[in-house]
Design a protein around this ligand. Structure first.
Ligand code: NDP
Length: 483
């Protein structure tokens, strides 16, 4: 693979190797072949990364936002110029089809770099008049931020965390998922090529322990995790003991509610996007598809017709629109949920099987007649398994949709404009959709409520989570004191 990064880690502006760390094989999910090996960071490598970040941050934070932003925008341009090469690497890392990675990964990363590059110069404080006196506020960086990524969007996550952190004047150390270690290294390379001073964006490899060591390092000021709820609870608790700032982008079991007046093809399209894009490995997926009884059979029929157009094949062939699971482990997890769906009495209406070929291939799978208590309706599967549930009326579906510990996303399909807003207003979720599903533009806040997370990524909201406010009281007259 010609695009392969040169070593395991990227620290202080350059590639760093230390083969004393545990070897991590990088497996191409479409074939199961080992395409590279990286080594988990040793304590020495971690110390180098944190020291470099800490040393570089002060001067970066002291630069003007315009200067910082210019570098980020240059990096965005480089990412767009190299989109094809970066997309091929993303496909090798994750198995996602090139048809997707060409439009959803480096491009989304570039959007984040461009957006936060543009915002960097606008980060100002307030002037608060108090008669003769006044208070002014200053938005300051947090210091050293740690980003910990999941495996489903390795380029995007590296940029969604790096771009706002750097725009606000912080340094970042990013730890990719051990399953997809390659793409973040390219992001680091491009940032340095764009002019980012050494030490401000570092990448270290490793399993959970490496992430854990970073979270508890006293020199680290903030942790942003994209991952599962159980990992989020551990990382949040560890960060709390050091009183660190956090952003938690965690999992979901989001409802997608389709009323019987909805445009059927759009609703089916939304359900496909919300369940089968990236082979279902998307945190915001609408995996509980509530379909009003009147259109249930029409919905299932049209869905079955459109599933015929799924093309499972070589992910590097741009005609392929459905790829493998990211790993054998993830494939086995998803298979166990499919088995549970069958055991617990859901009606399998499409897919359900593993392909008889190398790699980690499952068919897009649909269960109908799913009830709220079934495991496949309660637990996050993180694979291509859609659960279709029936409902009668609005109040009932709102109550059932909210009956979950999660609250990442929610969607409504209806042609009744009042109902669309009324229902969305009552659904407990952070990122919602009306007559659409799973759009994630950088301009919109992204993140969950309830167990799905804390804080928001993207948009102006992210600035609150990568900076802190200093307030300065200025007295113009004499100081009055009791004695
Ligand atoms: P995990 O929660 O298993 O891991 C997430 C990251 O945390 C990985 O880099 C992992 O390292 C690391 N990690 C694990 N344990 C610790 C620890 N104790 N301390 C510090 N870091 C740790 O998630 P997956 O990678 O399996 O990703 C899938 C999950 O991510 C899904 O549940 C999904 O819902 C969620 N997700 C959420 C998104 C969101 O924005 N809300 C987006 C995408 C995914 P390693 O894997 O190398 O062990």
């Amino acid at each position: 693979m010609e695009t392969q990064p040169k070593a395991s880690h990227f620290i202080n502006g350059t590639y760093v190797e230390d083969t004393n760390g545990t070897p991590i094989p990088v497996i191409y999910p479409a074939t199961g072949e080992v395409i590279a090996t990286v080594y988990a960071a040793t304590p020495e490598v971690l110390d180098q990364a944190v020291s470099a970040a800490q040393a570089a941050q002060e001067a970066w934070g002291a630069m003007t936002g315009t200067e910082r932003g210019r570098i980020l925008r240059r990096a965005a341009d480089l990412m767009r110029e190299r989109n094809h090469e970066l997309s091929v690497l993303e496909t090798y890392d994750t198995g996602k089809p090139l048809q997707e990675t060409l439009v959803a990964d480096a491009t989304s990363g570039a959007d984040a770099l461009e957006y936060f590059g543009g915002l960097a110069a606008t980060l100002t404080g307030e002037h608060i008049p108090l008669g003769e006196d006044w208070v002014y506020t200053v938005r300051e960086p947090l210091g050293v931020c740690v980003g910990i990524g999941a495996w489903n969007y390795p380029t995007q996550i590296a940029c969604w965390k790096g771009a706002p952190a750097l725009a606000c004047g912080n340094a970042m150390i990013f730890k990719p998922s051990e399953t997809t270690p390659l793409c973040a290294l390219k992001v680091a390379e491009i940032l340095v090529e764009a002019g980012l001073p050494a030490g401000l964006y570092n990448v270290v490899q490793g399993m959970g322990e490496v992430g854990g060591a970073l979270v508890t390092d006293p020199r680290v000021d903030k942790v942003s995790l994209t991952g599962s709820v159980p990992t989020g609870k551990k990382v949040y608790a560890a960060a709390a003991s050091g009183m660190k700032h956090v952003t938690m982008e965690l999992g979901g079991k989001s409802p997608l509610v389709i009323f019987d007046d909805a445009d059927l093809d759009n609703a089916v399209g939304g359900a496909i996007n919300g369940n089968f894009y990236s082979s279902g490995q998307v945190c915001s997926n609408g995996t509980r598809v509530f379909v009003q009884k009147g259109i249930k059979e029409a919905f299932l029929k049209r869905l079955a017709e459109r599933l015929e157009n799924a093309v499972l094949g070589d992910p590097l062939n741009e005609d392929t629109n459905f790829g493998p699971m990211v790993s054998e482990r993830q494939m086995e997890i998803v298979k166990s949920y499919i088995a549970k769906g069958n055991e617990e009495g859901a009606r399998l209406v499409a897919g359900g099987g593993q392909l008889d070929k190398d790699g980690f291939w499952l068919e897009p799978t649909v269960f109908a007649d799913v009830t709220d208590d079934m495991t496949i309706a309660r637990e996050e599967i993180f694979g291509p398994v859609m659960a279709v549930l029936d409902f009668e009326d609005e109040a009932e579906v709102i109550a059932r949709a909210n009956d979950t510990e999660y609250g990442l996303s929610a969607g409504v399909f209806t042609n009744d404009i009042s109902r669309a807003h009324r229902v969305i207003g009552k659904l407990q979720a952070g990122s919602c959709f009306i007559n659409s599903y799973n759009d994630a533009p950088v301009e919109a806040p992204f993140g969950g409520v309830k167990a799905s997370g804390v804080g928001r990524e993207n948009s102006k909201e992210a600035i609150q989570h990568y900076s802190q406010v200093k307030s300065v009281y200025v007295r113009m007259g004499d100081v009055e004191a009791a004695f």
